[in-house]
Write a protein that binds this ligand. Sequence first.
Ligand code: NDP
Length: 252
Amino acid sequence: MKLRDKVVLITGGGSGLGREMGLTFAREGAKIGVNDIRPESAQNVVTEIERVGGSARTFVADVSSSTAVKKMFSDFLAAWGTIDVLVNNAGIGRTRDTAEFSQTWEVPDEDWHKMLATHLDSTFFCTREALKAMVSKRSGRIINIGSIAGTTGLPFAAAYCAAKGGIISFTKSVAREVVMHNVLVNCIAPGFIETPMTAPIDEAMREQIIAVTPAGRFGEPADIAAAALYLACDDSKFMVGQIISPNGGYVI
Ligand code: NDP
């Protein structure tokens, strides 16, 4: 087992990539804190992990709130005493049901702020709390979920791309800062993956995306969980501030 008794917190762990990472890490012996904004999502994944013999607990919080994140970490450390791996994964593809693709000149302030807060503020808030525990014990891993949106840019998604680009730069900065404390910070920048977030993409656009993806398909959550497992375990102990991008060749 690659993560025996490691204590992991996955934000947005109640769906899609977070769920898959939770199940994968649990199979490798980790205890999983499943954060989500919706209690039922988090609880469903905890139940799934327990059903396969793993250990997990829910930590319901809106990670875009600094206060909620502080409370979540206090509850997490009270429950498990430590944190070995943080995965900053929580995210949204759009800020409201009707706002799938937005012209930048039409984006309202509140949508911009919500996108940045959900992805970038949350990554900072959770990283800040995790580092307090990890630096003092001189051990830890932080895995940030970026996106190809943050490396190449995608049209009609300026706030999402800005948030993901920010996460990538944040990763590089913090990685340099804390490697001396034996805390390794890296990022995964997935391409298009089949999850509830990409479910609204219509058939015509799906075909266009697949046509420019050399692998000829969307990725599966397992493609990302495998990269996350690598970054969480000892195999990656020389990886510092790197951006790994499982994307089927969409970006080369
Ligand atoms: P999902 O929508 O399946 O999962 C995201 C989860 O995060 C949901 O359960 C969501 O809850 C939760 N969440 C949203 N906001 C918050 C919040 N403020 N606090 C706590 N939890 C929250 O999406 P994916 O699994 O696809 O996405 C996971 C990450 O991967 C995201 O950061 C996304 O940007 C990134 N990504 C995804 C790609 C893809 O193709 N799927 C490609 C590249 C990056 P709710 O359901 O209520 O919204």
